[in-house]
Design a binder for this molecule. Structure first.
Ligand code: PMP
Length: 406
């Protein structure tokens, strides 16, 4: 196969080619949101120029075209995840909404004393909805511990998974640490206990392709905007049988079969969970993002991303007082760090002055910040369109900042 040609790929992302504060943009905030290739912009533009109308109304040709593009995007997501059927692919607003749909849907099954197992490295989106359901039902949210290296503590997992556990809600990849959790064996163990498994794939799908049937999870959720698609849409994958069983989260148009003041019945899957006019253009944009990534050399892309992280790791020693948080053996190209004598938010501001975009703060993972005893971290998160030169620019800038301000 052809070498992974990052310079050619960068031409597909027009936003990358600009100056910020007089310097070429170095975009290393992909964990917060990724940039969009022309293929995605064009697909959405074409949709609005040529075929926009409401979907599933069936009365005219434009509506049929919009519906078929929209449902075509659902099929692309199904294939991407290797789900059994498009009935199992629900459009949501994003990861956050998807987890809320699941948590709300499972509430009826929870009673006082039941336990919802999460981990200490979860994003707030995979903590707070469970806390809200726990409040309603008397169930308890129990966190699996992490090790100082930022891996799941498997002893903690084994001791907490038990007869009271009803739900295991776990991130596939940590947004702070980059850790890839060994979810396949954990899902298997959970299932042996009859536990429902919910995987937060928000930080996984930008880097690799999960296979939900091989994983065997009950639910898998992600956001489009972190995987090169538009904002405003995300995906809830759920096993059809469970989706049939749980109640919908929102009521309204589209999600019903028949409404009367005596009795209202739900539409079939997946529409039962899609109240209101869906994000049609956004779903089509996500479909285009999936096609775009599929057109790249996956192996080359994964190798290129790994090389970015390796180079970053090599350069840590060149910045006095720099410490990486999260040194798992299996991690995605995400680097959270602190530098002695510097506040993370100052690191962010000083880098921005040099055109380099990173994220600073608690990354919506306050329990993890508490675990490491820090108010926040600086985080550089890479995508396949980043270059080794950009990694080097980051470290050259950090060396300078450390020298001048620490
Ligand atoms: N989970 C993880 C691991 C994330 O990184 C994020 C986004 N930072 C979310 C959930 C929430 O995603 P969204 O804001 O797109 O709903």
């Amino acid at each position: 196969t052809a070498a992974f040609d990052v310079e050619a790929i960068r031409r597909d992302f027009p936003i990358l080619d600009q100056q910020i504060n007089g310097k070429p943009l170095v975009y290393l905030d992909n964990g917060a949101s990724s940039q969009k290739p022309i293929a995605v912009l064009d697909a959405m533009d074409r949709y609005y120029r040529e075929m926009h109308s409401n979907v599933h109304r069936g009365a005219h040709t434009l509506g049929d075209r919009a519906t078929s593009a929209f449902e075509g995007a659902r099929e692309k997501v199904r294939a991407f995840l290797n789900a059994d059927s498009t009935r199992e692919i629900i459009w949501t607003r994003g990861t956050t909404e998807a987890i809320n749909v699941v948590a709300n849907g499972l509430a009826r099954r929870l009673k006082p004393g039941d336990e919802i197992l999460v981990s200490h490295m979860e994003h707030h989106a995979n903590i707070v909805p469970w806390q809200m359901v726990a409040e309603r039902t008397g169930a308890k949210v129990v966190p699996v511990q992490v090790t100082p290296q930022g891996e799941l503590d498997l002893d903690s997992f084994n001791s907490l998974l038990g007869d009271r556990t009803r739900v295991l809600a776990l991130t596939h990849v940590s947004n702070v640490l980059g850790t890839v959790n060994p979810i396949a064996p954990l899902i298997e163990r959970a299932k042996a206990h009859g536990v429902i498994t919910v995987i937060d794939g928000a930080q996984a799908v930008p880097h690799f392709q999960p296979d939900v049937q091989a994983l065997g999870c009950d639910f898998y959720v992600f956001s489009s905007h972190k995987m090169f698609g538009p904002t405003g849409v995300g995906v809830l994958y759920g096993k059809a049988q469970l989706l049939e069983e749980i109640p919908p989260f929102q009521g309204g148009g589209e999600m019903i079969e028949r409404v009367s003041f005596e009795r209202t019945t739900w539409n079939v899957l997946p529409y039962k969970f899609e109240a209101g006019t869906p994000p049609v253009a956004e779903a089509i944009g996500l479909g285009a993002a999936i096609d775009y990534v599929a057109s790249l050399d996956r192996k080359g892309m994964e190798a290129a991303e790994a090389a970015l992280l390796t180079r970053a790791n090599e350069l840590v020693a060149t910045v006095p007082g720099m410490e990486v948080i999260g040194t798992a053996s299996n991690k995605m190209p995400v680097m959270s760090f602190k530098i002695a004598g510097l506040h993370p938010s100052d690191i962010g501001t000083l880098l921005d002055q040099q055109g380099i975009a990173i994220r600073t703060g608690h990354h919506c993972a306050m329990p993890l910040m508490d675990f490491y005893g820090v108010p926040g971290t600086a985080r550089a998160s890479f995508a396949f369109y980043n270059t080794l030169e950009e990694v080097e620019q980051l470290f050259t800038a950090l060396q300078k900042i450390q020298r001048l301000f620490a």
